[in-house]
Write a protein that binds this ligand. Structure first.
Ligand SMILES: O=C(O)CCC(=O)C(=O)O
Length: 275
């Protein structure tokens, strides 16, 4: 579904737009089922080392980052040539205290562009009670806010990075039903509270950027070319898995995950290996 002119204007002004319908609840439940079947088969929750860049591991996730229902609205925001830099699973278990502190992703990702879009796709209902994402409208247009690393055990972020002073009275919640996504600029301040429901809250974020973007922190980085062409060559292009745990893309995932950790933990005092 394409964004309306009003939605595009809202994204530019406020830094986010939601809900954007991607697929039916049934189809999203099917994707959740594939993730959970894998968890059952390997005897536990998805390991931290497979939270990021798992489009190199799961065919269904590689299909999702290339799905026109995801990319058509993204193209309206950043143009026809699109790289997917990473994906991250965000899972809040029932009864856990998992949360995401207020943060701006451009502070940690080492990317040169301000035009990076996060599509956060709901694999389960992400209601206010389930701890859906909250955003601070317009914060993507200002300066980078000061963060501190907290390393809080319940924080799903790599180093528990947290913006020091946030005026929460200005925050907007972005509840989603399974099968919907939100789109936000990665410079936007965002976070989320714990899941108070009796179902897991499962989302996957997909990070899209124009190919002229450069990695300015890491020595080597990679991305999937998901639409159009890349005339810049700033990122090694990732292979697309032909099936789940395709050996070629699995080997690439190992290298790609290490490169991501090198960027996310650059200058950090600790590395709690959350990704
Ligand atoms: O899943 C959440 O609640 C937060 C996700 C997030 O921080 C992100 O997608 O950048």
């Amino acid at each position: 579904m394409l964004l309306s002119a009003d939605q595009i204007e809202q994204y530019q002004r406020d830094g986010f737009v939601y809900p954007v319908s991607v697929m039916s609840t049934e189809e999203a439940v099917g994707l959740r089922g594939q993730l959970e079947a894998y968890e059952v088969a390997q005897g536990g929750r998805i390991p931290a080392t497979q939270r990021a860049r798992a489009f190199l591991l799961f065919k269904w996730l590689d299909d999702l980052i290339r799905d026109p229902r995801v990319l058509d609205p993204v193209e309206q925001l950043i143009g026809p040539n699109i790289l997917c830099w990473s994906t991250i699973f965000w899972i809040k278990e029932v009864g856990s205290n998992s949360f995401v502190s207020w943060h701006q992703d451009n502070t940690y990702w080492g990317l040169s562009s301000r035009d990076v879009v996060t599509a956060w796709f709901a694999l389960s209902d992400a209601s206010v009670e389930a701890g859906c994402m909250r955003v601070l409208p317009g914060s993507h247009r200002g300066r980078a806010l000061e963060h501190e690393d907290t390393y809080d055990d319940d924080n799903l972020l790599s180093r528990g990075q947290s913006i020091k002073d946030v005026d929460e009275s200005r925050a907007v919640s972005m509840p989603l039903n399974a099968g919907e996504m939100s789109l936000h600029n990665y410079c936007l301040a965002h976070g989320s509270g714990p899941n108070l429901t009796d179902d897991r809250r499962i989302g996957v974020s997909m990070h899209f950027m124009p190919p002229q973007t450069r990695q300015v922190v890491g020595a080597w980085d990679c991305a999937a070319l998901v639409r159009g062409e890349d005339r810049h060559g700033n990122f090694a292009l990732t292979p697309a898995p032909e099936r789940d745990f395709d050996p070629a893309s699995m080997a690439f995932h190992e290298k790609a995950s290490k490169a991501l950790r090198d960027v996310l933990y650059a200058g950090a005092e600790r590395n709690p290996q959350r990704l």
